[in-house]
Ligand binder design. Structure first.
Ligand code: 5RP
Length: 266
């Protein structure tokens, strides 16, 4: 692995673990609740996360280049939740722009099993070819569009493995209740967990993240379960403890409760 690639991966995943904060939702669903002003949403969370996952539009408009964390730049899109098919994505961002904004990595969705499987995998292969020349890691996002029932181990293992075979340096996928270890073990690069729709309770979030980490996931990319929580900073601190400090669910829950009790500040 070349120096640049190693250095970027280490910035993003110190000690091999990571907590990425996605604020890219607007790229297909518009002004998502609590993300109407992404710069404001993310500001108090910055000290607790390793990187921000966003598009170049939000990066330019809402993030301060002097204080931003490493950026995972979303480089696929061109669909919307009111359009025909979320899987019909294209590459949105040139390699020149990726370098210009000093992205530490890029993220791109693949839609395996969809009508647009080949196109989205071709997008992945193309961006891997471009980014590898400059030592920039590519994170593949195994997306399911509206078919949330696809989030089970057999399908997720297939997706993660294919994404890694095409050259993704990191794969983001969903946690699943059964056999998640098979998803991780079948993938030769680090697997990180997406959040998905907001969980019913905070404890549920801590439990699934803890379970995934204990089964070998390298980290999380959790958005709505953090910034749509009534206590985003407390949630971020608790999750960070699970990802980076081997906290148990009970310890993380204690961090959550005690931080909630304090006036929330960064
Ligand atoms: C969408 C994404 C998002 O980054 C991710 O799903 C958002 O996180 P969360 O589901 O936790 O809100 O890649 O395809």
């Amino acid at each position: 692995m070349n120096w640049g690639m190693k250095n970027r991966l280490n910035q993003l995943m110190p000690g091999g673990r990571c907590f990425f904060m996605p604020i890219d939702h607007g790229y297909f669903q518009g002004p998502t609740r609590s993300l109407e002003r992404p710069g404001e949403t993310v500001k108090p969370l910055l000290p607790h996360v390793d990187a921000i996952f966003c598009t170049r539009g939000v990066l330019r408009a809402a993030l301060d280049p002097l204080t931003a964390k490493p950026i995972v730049l979303r480089v696929s899109g061109c669909t919307s939740m009111v359009g025909e098919d979320l899987a019909n994505e294209e590459l949105t961002t040139s390699i020149t722009e990726i370098i210009r904004v000093n992205a530490a990595a890029v993220g791109i969705s693949v839609f395996i099993g969809s009508h647009y499987e080949r196109q989205s995998l071709q997008n992945l292969a193309t961006i891997v070819n471009q980014c590898e020349d400059y030592g920039i890691p590519v994170m593949a996002v195994t997306a399911v569009g509206r078919e949330l029932e696809k989030r089970e181990a057999r399908y997720l293992s297939l997706c993660c493995r294919i994404a890694a075979e095409l050259g993704a340096r990191v794969v983001k996928t969903y946690w699943c209740e059964e056999h998640f270890e098979k998803v991780v073990n079948g993938c030769p690069v680090p697997v990180i967990m997406a959040g998905g729709p907001k969980c019913e309770t905070e404890l549920e979030v801590l439990e699934f993240v803890h379970d995934g980490i204990s089964k070998g996931a390298a980290g999380i990319n959790l958005g709505r379960n953090v910034w749509q929580s009534p206590h985003p900073v407390a949630m971020a601190k608790a999750l960070r403890a699970v990802v980076h400090d081997q906290a148990t669910v009970a310890q993380a829950h204690e961090i959550l409760k005690s931080t909630k009790g304090k006036k929330q500040a960064a």
